[in-house]
Design a protein around this ligand. Structure first.
Ligand SMILES: [Fe+2]
Ligand SMILES: [Fe+2]
Length: 163
């Protein structure tokens, strides 16, 4: 089976999605690294739940969400979208969008919630464009990823509302 070819409107959106996913993966991983250090500077103005979520090293198979797990999920999204881009005959971008870490737990989670909102908006647009181009595979991929991003947005919102 040959390469499928993307609609002209779709490819720039898919590149933007990968740059966003790379940003999210780097941003969350580095925020976690800062939060996980002993005497982390992020604790000012942060609740216990927020600080635990950011700094926890809990492994993949343990229950409960942590920022480290979300970082890994975002990396998987980047990989899945990059595969799709290649399948459509494109070249995945290698550069992430600009990373913003923040300096307190609350600031980090606010930046992360805004990033998730941006992903939700972009992926709803991608699903529409993919459907219009009758690219059901891309639409299905982004429906699955959109579900994850909505969960992340809800998770960050809940953590922020408890302070
Ligand atoms: Fe993602
Ligand atoms: Fe996300």
């Amino acid at each position: 089976m040959g390469k499928e070819g993307a609609s002209a409107a779709l490819m720039p959106l898919l590149s933007a999605a990968i740059a966003r996913e790379l940003q999210a993966s780097i941003q969350y991983m580095l925020q976690h690294s800062i939060g996980a250090t002993v005497d982390s500077p992020i604790s000012a103005k942060g609740t216990v739940a927020q600080i635990k979520f950011i700094g926890s090293h809990s492994s993949m198979w343990l229950p409960g969400s942590t920022l480290k797990k979300v970082a890994i999920t975002e990396m998987r999204h980047a990989e899945a979208i990059a595969e799709r881009v290649v399948r459509l005959g494109g070249v995945p971008p290698t550069t992430a969008d600009d990373v913003s870490l923040g300096t307190t737990a609350r600031e980090m989670l606010e930046l992360d919630r805004a990033l998730e909102q941006g992903a939700v908006d972009l992926y709803e647009q991608i699903i529409k464009v993919a459907r219009a181009a009758e690219d059901t595979e891309t639409a299905a991929l982004f429906e699955r990823i959109l579900g994850d991003e909505k969960n992340h947005h809800r998770m960050f919102s809940n953590l922020l509302s408890r302070s």
